[in-house]
Write a protein that binds this ligand. Structure first.
Ligand code: ADP
Ligand code: ADP
Length: 209
């Protein structure tokens, strides 16, 4: 079956329903987007995938390892890029950063730099690299483009495509920026007020919007 399978998922905060019978899948090696405005329920879905929130009903199945790149270029600013990467591997005892440099070559030149002094796009790449250290089957990336210039985002998207092609890592991209999502991903789901209101290939969604 798919790597990530969300079936008829309902999540509530007290009496408020944040997700209402949401279903989605991410297959092996797929690039899938979840698009929606603020308050749609995107964070709630990610927190349920991570096991932080418990569903009221429905189910979440993750077959394989999931890594999460949180919103906001979260790096350890006082540490070098290399040490930021190593921290990403501590759970599985992974210390070898070579595979990450191979797939994100731009990080190689930055390896001794202090992460806090890098540009926003570079920090976002470090955050992706750190997540890769756990050798995930699927990467959940929150708001990749937030606060970044379009050219920087284009560069990150290129790296993600290469990553996907080279390693077969699946990506679930959580985005407010529908254009970016449709550009990178082969399939997308549109979430509004806790419900999936549209889904399809990028071409289908672009034609209907
Ligand atoms: P998004 O990530 O798409 O902005 P969220 O998942 O953060 O959306 O929020 C979905 C809905 O759930 C919103 O109406 C939000 O106000 C509500 N919500 C989120 N977190 C909580 C919480 N801890 N308690 C109560 N309501 C919450
Ligand atoms: P995001 O930008 O990821 O959508 P938010 O800014 O909506 O996150 O929420 C930040 C934090 O506040 C989260 O922990 C979320 O659960 C919580 N939160 C969001 N909406 C509400 C709400 N209506 N009541 C209580 N907590 C909320």
């Amino acid at each position: 079956g798919p790597l990530v399978e969300v079936a008829e998922l309902t999540v509530r905060y007290g009496a408020a329903t944040a997700l209402d019978r949401v279903s989605l899948t991410v297959g092996v090696g797929e690039l899938v987007a979840l698009v929606g405005p603020n308050g749609a329920g995107k964070s709630t879905l990610v927190d349920t995938l991570s096991g932080i929130l418990v569903p009221a009903s429905g189910s979440v199945t993750v077959r394989g390892r999931l890594a999460h790149v949180p919103e906001g270029r979260q790096v350890f600013g006082d540490l070098s890029v290399e040490d930021n990467l190593r921290l990403g591997g501590w759970r599985i005892g992974e210390r070898d950063t070579a595979a990450v440099y191979a797939v994100l070559p731009a990080l190689t030149e930055l390896r001794r730099r202090r992460a806090g002094l890098l540009s926003g796009g570079e920090q976002q790449m470090v955050a992706v690299g750190r997540a890769l250290m756990s050798r995930p089957d699927v990467l959940v990336i929150d708001e990749l483009s937030l606060g970044l210039a379009p050219l920087v985002v284009a560069d990150l998207v290129r790296h993600l495509r290469e990553l996907n092609a080279w390693r077969g890592v699946a990506v679930l991209l959580i985005e407010q920026n529908a254009r970016l999502a449709l550009d990178l991903c082969s399939r997308a789901y549109v979430l509004e007020a806790g419900r999936i209101v549209a889904e399809g290939t990028s071409a289908e969604l672009a034609a209907s919007s």
